[in-house]
Design a protein around this ligand. Structure first.
Ligand SMILES: [Zn+2]
Length: 240
């Protein structure tokens, strides 16, 4: 029998039957990137969705643009020009596509609402995490102190080299290993800080230990593989 593709499931949500939270790995490329064979991507999506028990008609997919825009989702479909989705509806599964950017999962167990954020350095610079948390309060009455958050596998401080101009955008505590006008950017740290600044309790935040750049067997990485890189999906939904 063929081996099933490896999936990662954040442990923090495993106690909630009503939640599906999952991220795919390098075993599948799930996006129609320039170098991808579209037939293969379609097949990979079928395999992945069958494995998680979700149909294509239940997905809400943003057309990501590295912005700080979010959309409130009331029905499945394509959402233009945004990088975060939120819903309090069951049976709709939010998707973000990643290869080094972080998927950030936020769950409010009181109001039964979720958000899924695509956050790279551009989104982080525009405070997409803080804006999305505010959006959940505004849309669903969510109190950040009730929220449970998970920062998924992404480019991490071990490998994420950036230019000195990042000084203009981020607190120096997230710019590490300074040398020769380069830093390593701590994207997870910046996201964590935005969650805490928004009122999410630090004991309700967990962070993946994985780095997409150096763990080349496990993850697609745009930094590492450039245009040849595939994309992984993070999926977050309230089961009906
Ligand atoms: Zn690394």
């Amino acid at each position: 029998m063929k081996k099933l593709p490896l999936l990662l499931k954040p442990e923090v949500f495993s106690n909630f039957d009503a939640i599906l939270a999952v991220m795919s790995t390098k075993d599948l490329n799930l996006n129609f990137t320039d170098n991808a064979n579209p037939e293969l991507v379609k097949e990979n999506r079928k395999i992945f969705l069958a494995q998680i028990g979700v149909s294509e008609e239940q997905l809400a997919i943003p057309k990501q643009i590295h912005s700080a825009n979010f959309c409130v989702v009331n029905s499945p479909g394509i959402y233009e020009s945004c990088d975060a989705l939120m819903t309090n509806k069951t049976g709709i599964y939010l998707v973000v596509s990643v290869a080094d950017c972080a998927p950030v999962f936020v769950f409010d167990p009181v109001k039964k609402a979720i958000a899924l954020i695509h956050c790279g350095w551009r989104g982080a610079k525009e405070k997409i995490v803080e804006k999305t948390i505010y959006g959940m309060w505004d849309s669903f009455g969510s109190n950040p102190s009730d929220m449970i958050a998970y920062i998924g596998a992404c480019a991490s401080v071990c490998c994420y080299e950036v230019d000195f101009e990042f000084e203009k955008f981020f607190n120096p505590r997230f710019l590490r290993f300074k040398r020769d006008r380069k830093y390593h950017f701590d994207l997870k740290g910046e996201i964590y800080a935005q969650l805490v600044n928004s009122g999410v309790k630090f004991w309700n935040i967990s962070v993946s230990k994985h780095c997409t750049i150096c763990e080349d067997k496990l993850f697609h990485s745009y930094r590492r593989d450039g245009d040849k890189s595939g994309r992984m999906w993070a999926v977050f939904g309230l089961n009906s």
